[in-house]
Design a binder for this molecule. Structure first.
Ligand SMILES: [Zn+2]
Length: 203
């Protein structure tokens, strides 16, 4: 593994709301290795995968998912690793979790964006929980999965396009609010979709 000495994309918490993509035929197949360092639940993980696949799918990028063990035993042409720190299953215990700091990071070295990202599950879940009410609370695992999927999609765009660029709206903004994480829909902006398409067509 390359030496990792810097990071980009401090995807920050924000307190505000965001747009729509048109599905296109598959442009690329990307395998995402999911490395959970703490507990998760099948429902949360499934929803996270579904949400990220839908967001990236609008660009034509098709996502598959694998465990570390599966990745070690197979060859993948386009592979990225996403590590999940902390408890990805339930909200943090009281006292309240520190709200400052990023949801996630993508690693770089010598200015080069690496295919390694890291998500802080408790940060994401805490933020999502603050925007949940009524029926949301009864399906918290699904809501947490949605939030994690959006954060993961954001980092994947950095990794796939190999840039730290951010957008003025949609998933790829530099900061996402609790409502962004939990609302009915959050998509990539047209500019981001175009960036992904141009990147993959040029390969
Ligand atoms: Zn970012």
């Amino acid at each position: 593994m390359p030496r990792r000495n810097a990071l980009i994309c401090l995807l920050l918490a924000l307190y505000l709301p965001a747009s729509a993509g048109i599905p296109t035929p598959p442009l690329a197949d990307v395998t995402v290795v999911l490395d959970f360092k703490g507990p998760t639940s099948p429902q949360t993980t499934k929803e996270m995968q579904r949400e990220a696949s839908q967001i990236l799918g609008a660009s034509g990028v098709h996502l598959s998912f694998a465990t570390r063990a599966e990745a070690a035993n197979n060859d993948y042409s386009d592979l990225v690793v996403m590590t999940f720190r902390g408890n990805c299953k339930s909200e943090p215990p009281m006292p309240r979790y520190d709200e400052s700091g990023p949801y996630a990071v993508t690693w770089t070295t010598d200015g080069r964006v690496l295919p390694f990202g890291e998500v802080d599950c408790q940060k994401v879940i805490h933020s999502a929980r603050s925007a949940m009410w009524g029926g949301d609370l009864a399906r918290s695992e699904q809501m947490y999965g949605r939030a994690l999927g959006r954060v993961m999609a954001h980092e994947l765009v950095h990794m796939l396009t190999k840039t730290g660029d951010h957008a003025s709206h949609g998933v790829q903004r530099a900061a996402l609010s609790p409502r962004d994480l939990t609302g009915a829909s959050l998509t990539l902006s047209k500019d981001d979709l175009d960036r992904l398409k141009v990147f993959y067509r040029a390969r």
